[in-house]
Design a protein around this ligand. Structure first.
Ligand code: GCU
Length: 377
């Protein structure tokens, strides 16, 4: 599949409120920079004298910044890579995480953000976390289905009654349990970010009823649940990574895709897809993940800072979402996209059997769905 070029403005990492960092050479989960509290601010980060090495087996790159005189303290640099645009509300959540972590740790933990898929696709980043080659990532829960079965529950269409129910479930015991479901695979979920609801968009034909999807080729995430849902609606499902989708739509490899309004807008897929039907079939959350290899190297105090910063970023990000989503819808409308408000019940009826099928095939997922159903705001 042909790749899509990352816009130049999006290349290079961003540190909370700072310019691109220097430590690009290492691919390890965390760089430890020992720097002088007196001299470090005077040094250009781009030209430090670095002595680096790799601690075998841990994938931990250690860089010593020989900063001259003054008291020294170590700065652990965590790389956080993801697939979205830097103006996306989910990226802004992560930027807030980086900022809060720097504040809480007095600058000892630094997060460098690598947006726009520049370190790889969602799946590749998740795999790097498992290997210890990357510290953190943000992935859609759909992309995690292959790593822990529990995440499949969020792929069930029309799982949540409304937004209040969704947050009651995600913030409650069942949601917290799922965040830790992939810990034995070296993937620790820290928090959920709001990724709204997903709806179909298409290049040539408008969709208003489920029957309109018949025979269409729809891009899905690399998610067995999304594939099942699209097939249940009568379309054929083609899994493609987010970064490759623009080209796939352009070349007619697929006739459409599905996503939330900010991602539809900021990916510029609306330039090619002139119909957006707000059927809101799923509400899969995004998940902020840390490599368990890295987590275990932190002191209990550092772990507390990381978790607290994640929780605070989660709260801020949710406040940003609805407005960002409305803005994205207004922007695509202004660009000439026809936004269709369908009868959602027709879509819901068509995919309803999936709930029973999944519960029979995967009883543990069925049980999670039942507990989610019971969550009360
Ligand atoms: C959402 C989600 C991304 C994901 C994308 C996709 O935008 O936030 O993490 O990559 O969907 O459809 O792949």
């Amino acid at each position: 599949m042909v790749g899509r070029r990352v816009p130049s403005a999006a290349r290079g990492a961003t540190t909370a409120g700072a310019a691109a960092p220097a430590n690009k050479g290492s691919s390890a989960a965390v760089d430890v920079v020992i720097e002088s509290s007196v001299a470090s601010s005077m040094l250009s980060r781009r030209s430090p004298h670095l002595v680096s090495g790799v601690l075998a087996g841990l994938g931990l790159a250690v860089a010593l910044l020989l900063a001259g005189c003054g008291r020294q303290h170590s700065v652990k640099v965590i790389k956080l890579a993801h697939a979205l645009d830097p103006s996306h509300p989910v990226h802004l959540g992560m930027a807030h995480f980086a900022e809060r972590l720097a504040q809480k740790s007095g600058g000892r933990l630094r997060v460098d953000l690598y947006p726009s898929g520049q370190l790889g696709s969602e799946r590749e980043c998740v795999e790097l976390l498992q290997l210890g080659g990357l510290g953190m990532t943000k992935a859609s829960s759909s992309a995690l289905e292959g790593f822990a079965e529990a995440y499949r529950v969020f792929g069930l269409p029309f799982l949540f009654r409304d937004e209040a129910h969704r947050w009651a479930a995600l913030d409650g015991p069942v949601g917290r349990e799922i965040l830790l479901a992939a810990e034995d695979k070296f993937l620790r979920g820290l928090c959920y970010y709001d990724a709204g609801t997903r709806s179909f968009y298409t290049t040539k034909r408008r969709i208003e009823r489920p029957e309109d999807l018949a025979g269409m080729k729809i891009r899905t995430q690399e998610s067995p649940m999304a594939i099942r849902m699209v097939r249940a609606l009568g379309a054929s499902a083609t899994p493609i990574s987010f970064g490759e989708l623009y080209t796939a739509l352009q070349q007619g490899v697929v006739d459409g895709a599905e996503n939330n309004p900010p991602s539809f807008h900021l990916s510029r897929h609306y330039e090619l897809c002139r119909y957006y039907v707000l059927n809101e079939h799923t509400a899969v959350p995004d998940v902020l993940l840390i490599s368990t290899h890295l987590w275990r190297q932190f002191t209990p105090e550092e772990q507390r800072w990381v978790q607290e910063a994640a929780d605070e970023s989660e709260r801020l990000q949710r406040r940003l979402w609805n407005e960002a989503s409305d803005r994205a819808l207004a922007a695509v409308r202004a660009a000439g996209v026809e936004v269709i408000v369908p009868d959602k019940a027709a879509f819901q009826a068509k995919v309803a059997p999936l709930h029973g099928e999944i519960a029979r095939e995967m009883p543990a997922v069925g049980e999670l769905a039942r507990r989610i159903g019971e969550a009360r705001p």
